[in-house]
Write a protein of this length. Structure first.
Length: 409
């Protein structure tokens, strides 16, 4: 298109011409994509900054103005070139060479001295004085430059460590969730067979409750076991799957495959790591050492995750026991001799309210959700009766509200 008279272009066959058209159409489609910034500058895409959609006043104001930031970027390009060509050069030297070239400080024009750079426009005495000053100042400048570079490296390394620590903390938080999901699998909260899935699914009364319950069963396998290849999306093409759709995926895609896999005892450890590559020959000692260190890091990671979980439990941010509850039971004679717990708020001397799950054994059941509980001694205050009548309201089962109730074991 730009050089139609060149012989190689004249000899272009029809296929290449068709390819050019296809490429041009693809480029135009991409450039005109309203999701991309380029569309703002194209009149054909009605871009807000394009020539066709700006005023004549704006056109006149832009005449003579730089359309790019090339002058500002040029010194950086010169600096990069020096560092690439002379790997051991100091940053201050590379920067100085770049600035001198961009500014033309040492430029000489034999035919027209008026075009000489700033250095050659100085008198002989001034040039010699400048050189002497530079030679005397150079050692101090180099020391200062090295110190600055060391500080920069230290800051960069500290930032790298902080980023790694942040990633590790995020991974530990995911590990804590996975630990709970594995415990859920070994608790009454898990649905393990298609028959149990259908029964407990039908026992739930609302679509939202069914959907969330099925999602939890999927998370047990995908997040807890680390079976990410069995991932089930919650929606498709912007439309959410129904609870029944998710239930079918749980049965057909996950539980059916579960029989062919070994249930892990602990979640997989996913640490930030180097890229896995194919190995040729014997591993070097450096790689062996890195792998050994990684095993130590894994142990430390797991210990830290367990400590984090204990802290979150102690501070009340998470409650693993809540996740492992079975479906809400009927308040009838079947609860007799069952160990249950109920949430009560206790007031400290300083006025602080402390919610506490108190445990006991159901020794009797009355009508309308009333039960008789014999409380464990450690939850009794001086003067408290060890046996009381309480209300087990359906709406408060496994809820973190006062009088919330659930199974203790």
């Amino acid at each position: 298109m730009f050089y139609p008279e060149r012989e190689e272009n004249v000899a272009t066959d029809e296929l290449v011409s068709k390819m050019a058209v296809e490429v041009a159409q693809c480029m135009l489609t991409e450039l005109r994509d309203p999701k991309k910034a380029t569309s703002d500058y194209l009149t054909s895409a009605e871009g807000q900054f394009s020539y066709g959609f700006t005023s004549e006043e704006e056109h006149q104001a832009c005449i003579g103005k730089m359309a790019t930031n090339d002058p500002a970027e040029s010194p950086f390009a010169q600096l990069t070139r020096q560092l690439q060509n002379f790997g051991r050069i100091l940053g201050i030297h590379a920067s100085a060479v770049g600035h001198a070239r961009v500014n033309g400080d040492f430029k000489r024009d034999i035919n027209n001295p008026q075009l000489d750079g700033a250095y050659h426009k100085l008198s002989k005495e001034m040039r010699e004085s400048l050189l002497m000053f530079a030679l005397n100042a150079a050692p101090r400048v180099r020391v200062a430059a090295r110190e600055a570079e060391e500080k920069q490296r230290a800051a960069k390394e500290e930032k790298r460590k902080m980023m790694k620590q942040k990633k590790i903390l995020a991974a530990q938080e995911e590990y804590v969730k996975a630990l709970t999901y594995i415990e859920m699998y070994h608790s009454p909260a898990c649905w393990k067979t298609p028959e149990e899935v259908n029964q407990r699914f039908n026992n739930l009364s609302s679509e939202s409750a069914r959907k969330e319950a099925v999602k939890e069963q999927i998370r047990i396998r995908v997040l807890g076991f680390g079976w990410k290849d069995l991932h089930v999306p919650w929606s498709k093409d912007g439309k959410e799957f129904s609870a029944s759709d998710l239930r079918d995926k749980l049965i057909n895609n996950i539980i059916a495959e579960e029989a062919n896999r070994k249930i892990p005892a602990t979640p997989p450890v996913e640490l930030p790591s180097r890229k896995k590559m194919h190995q040729l020959g014997t591993r070097s000692k450096d790689v062996v050492m890195l792998d050994n260190n990684r095993d130590v890091e894994k142990e430390s990671f797991v210990e830290g995750a367990i400590e984090l979980r204990d802290e979150l439990v102690d501070e009340g941010f998470i409650d693993p026991h809540e996740k492992m509850q079975r479906d809400r039971p009927e308040v009838d004679e079947n609860l007799i001799n069952q160990r249950m717990e109920q949430l009560w708020n206790f007031n400290e001397e300083d006025g602080t309210v402390v919610p506490t799950w108190c445990q006991g054994v159901v020794v009797g059941v009355k009508k309308r959700g009333k039960v008789i509980i014999k409380w464990d001694a450690k939850y009794l205050r001086p003067g408290d009766n060890d046996t009381t009548q309480e209300m087990f309201m359906k709406s408060k089962y496994n809820k973190h509200v006062e009088q919330g109730w659930r199974f203790a074991d």
